[in-house]
Design a binder for this molecule. Structure first.
Ligand SMILES: Cc1cc2nc3c(=O)[nH]c(=O)nc-3n(C[C@H](O)[C@H](O)[C@H](O)COP(=O)(O)OP(=O)(O)OC[C@H]3O[C@@H](n4cnc5c(N)ncnc54)[C@H](O)[C@@H]3O)c2cc1C
Length: 249
């Protein structure tokens, strides 16, 4: 099986992100980057498929040289090699997907795993775009996955208030939901081996962004809470404030 896993290089969730001087992107100073948490499920899905059916797992990431560090995290989990699609300049979601699709189109992928969303820019677009660009089915937000020997598969998707079970056939793009599996922790041996695993650089064709960021801002600072009183006597005032000020009842 020729398995590709797309991973995104995102700020650590514990980092206090600041908007950069141009007001259009985050300030990278002091930011620690990690493998996008949803992509850990995608890597695990790729590794489990390889363990069941054989083949190899390639970690794919579009971005500047620094993303190699994130590719190596996937290699430390057990993937075989990396594919770095070199993009020093920001690309919109379409441009990122196009760079991946161009890099994969002649590599006979059996399956391309993604995370359900990249937690930095939250586009939720990649799996659909990639499926269309590679002319193969795409399934988003897979919470359960069962791939049969003949390549047919069923996936359970989380939908509002329930689940949906779908079926399709490989090759396909599948984006992973939290809970699809239990991602393994890289072992020390895996971390050491990852340093020697190959990462191929690919130059994507030049691309002009279709979407431009005009402004980026942080949410307004929440006002301090208000204590309206204590005990049953405070209920009347609380109801009045919820009705007249907050207008939620
Ligand atoms: C070099 C670079 C700089 C960027 N700078 C900015 C910026 O300044 N402002 C801004 O708003 N956006 C920026 N972006 C992000 C871009 O606009 C998209 O949001 C991003 O590439 C992913 O698209 P998405 O949010 O739709 O992904 P989603 O659809 O939310 O991600 C789903 C999945 O797609 C895969 N994926 C996502 N991104 C990548 C990737 N880069 N490589 C491989 N797989 C991936 C992962 O599996 C991820 O879980 C930048 C992107 C790149 C490559």
């Amino acid at each position: 099986m020729n398995i590709f896993v797309c991973v995104s290089h995102v700020p650590d969730t514990t980092t206090k992100v600041q908007v950069g001087g141009d007001g259009k992107a985050i300030d990278p100073a002091g930011v620690t980057y990690i493998l996008n948490p949803y992509d850990e499920y995608a890597v695990e899905a790729g590794l489990q498929l390889k363990e069941a059916r054989g083949g190899e797992v390639t970690i794919v990431c579009v971005g500047p040289d620094a993303v190699k560090e994130t590719i190596r995290k996937g290699l430390a989990m057990g993937a075989d090699k990396g594919l770095h699609v070199v993009a020093a300049e920001p690309r919109d979601s379409f441009g990122t997907a196009k760079a991946i699709a161009d890099a994969l189109k002649d590599r006979a992928a059996d399956v391309v795993f993604c995370g359900r969303q990249s937690i930095d820019y939250d586009g939720w677009q990649m799996s659909g775009l990639l499926g269309e660009m590679l002319s193969i089915p795409s399934v988003s937000v897979a919470a359960k996955l069962d791939i049969a020997e003949d390549g047919s598969f069923t996936a359970e998707r989380d939908i509002e208030g329930g689940q949906e079970t779908i079926t399709s056939k490989l090759p396909a793009v599948i984006s992973a939901q939290k809970g699809l599996n239990e991602p393994r922790y890289p072992k020390l041996q895996g971390i050491m081996q990852a340093k020697r695993k190959p990462i191929e650089d690919v130059e994507p064709v030049p691309y002009e962004n279709r979407v431009e960021v005009l402004e980026m801002s942080k949410p307004p600072i929440k006002e301090a809470g208000k204590i309206v009183g204590e005990g049953p006597d405070a209920v009347k005032e609380l109801v009045r404030l919820l009705h007249e000020e907050a207008k939620v009842i």
